[in-house]
Ligand binder design. Structure first.
Ligand SMILES: [Zn+2]
Length: 71
């Protein structure tokens, strides 16, 4: 009989005990799945877009526009 460590809770259990290998229980399987989805979709990534930069560009474009109207 094989013993496994649940990747979610770390509990040691027998392979035959669990319906949700390699996790000790269905609950732990779902917890791990949720964690995986969080990493994939909820991970805050560093955005290269700087809002202050956009504001500066906006002003610059406005000045260009005004200048264009004058000439
Ligand atoms: Zn577990």
């Amino acid at each position: 009989m094989r013993h496994l460590n649940c990747p979610t809770c770390g509990r040691r259990f027998e392979e035959t005990e669990s319906p949700s290998l390699p996790f000790c229980s269905e609950r732990c399987r779902l917890v791990d799945l949720g964690r995986w989805l969080d990493e994939r979709y909820g991970m805050p990534f560093e955005s290269e877009h700087d809002p202050s930069e956009e504001r500066r560009e906006g002003d610059y474009a406005k000045k260009l526009g005004e200048g264009g109207q004058r000439t």
